[in-house]
Design a protein around this ligand. Sequence first.
Ligand SMILES: *[C@@H]1O[C@H](CO)[C@@H](O)[C@H](O)[C@H]1NC(C)=O
Ligand SMILES: *[C@@H]1O[C@H](CO)[C@@H](O)[C@H](O)[C@H]1NC(C)=O
Ligand SMILES: *[C@@H]1O[C@H](CO)[C@@H](O)[C@H](O)[C@H]1NC(C)=O
Ligand SMILES: *[C@@H]1O[C@H](CO)[C@@H](O)[C@H](O)[C@H]1NC(C)=O
Ligand SMILES: *[C@@H]1O[C@H](CO)[C@@H](O)[C@H](O)[C@H]1NC(C)=O
Length: 141
Amino acid sequence: MACPENMFFLIGLFMSGVLSTFGQRGLIATMPDRLDVLTGSCMQIPCSFDIPDKNKYTFNSTILTSGVWTKEDPYFDVHLEYVIFNSSETVNRYQGKIIGNMSQKNCTTVFFNVNTSYTNRYFFRIESQPYRATDIKKSVY
Ligand SMILES: *[C@@H]1O[C@H](CO)[C@@H](O)[C@H](O)[C@H]1NC(C)=O
Ligand SMILES: *[C@@H]1O[C@H](CO)[C@@H](O)[C@H](O)[C@H]1NC(C)=O
Ligand SMILES: *[C@@H]1O[C@H](CO)[C@@H](O)[C@H](O)[C@H]1NC(C)=O
Ligand SMILES: *[C@@H]1O[C@H](CO)[C@@H](O)[C@H](O)[C@H]1NC(C)=O
Ligand SMILES: *[C@@H]1O[C@H](CO)[C@@H](O)[C@H](O)[C@H]1NC(C)=O
């Protein structure tokens, strides 16, 4: 019998396939597929990003770019609770910090005091005036 985790993974793959039929990705986030973390410890996600379509937007390192993490789903419009971290906010659902240098497209992030309720998929998004994009195809479990 398949364990719930495997089923979750298959659903994830199926959804990526469906989503890939829509236009080009506005953001490519590079991060591990999966991280195993001990309860009570901190979770460091190695992360970097790039904007594939330079005609759409060329990353400008002098403009402040904030980093956003969503859990469960990249679409948070009707589920604001999916937004668990926004580097522009001082209070977030998850206590964390982007330790990478966003100007260098380094979005390496640490979340503190992780517990079992953190088990989920996480998506990365950048918000850099006037450009905003989420990588809907890549998540870290
Ligand atoms: C980057 O943004 C700054 C500040 O808005 C602007 O002065 C500069 O021309 C921009 N650079 C490019 C390459 O667009
Ligand atoms: C992140 O925070 C900024 C500043 O409060 C806000 O303008 C932006 O909408 C927030 N982004 C998300 C995805 O909540
Ligand atoms: C990104 O930042 C992290 C934390 O400072 C660092 O350990 C890592 O080497 C950086 N990655 C790159 C590609 O520069
Ligand atoms: C981040 O990178 C930018 C561009 O390379 C650099 O100017 C800035 O000093 C760096 N910030 C930190 C905190 O290292
Ligand atoms: C797990 O962390 C969340 C978010 O920080 C917190 O709301 C919740 O109370 C924690 N659960 C346990 C069992 O510590």
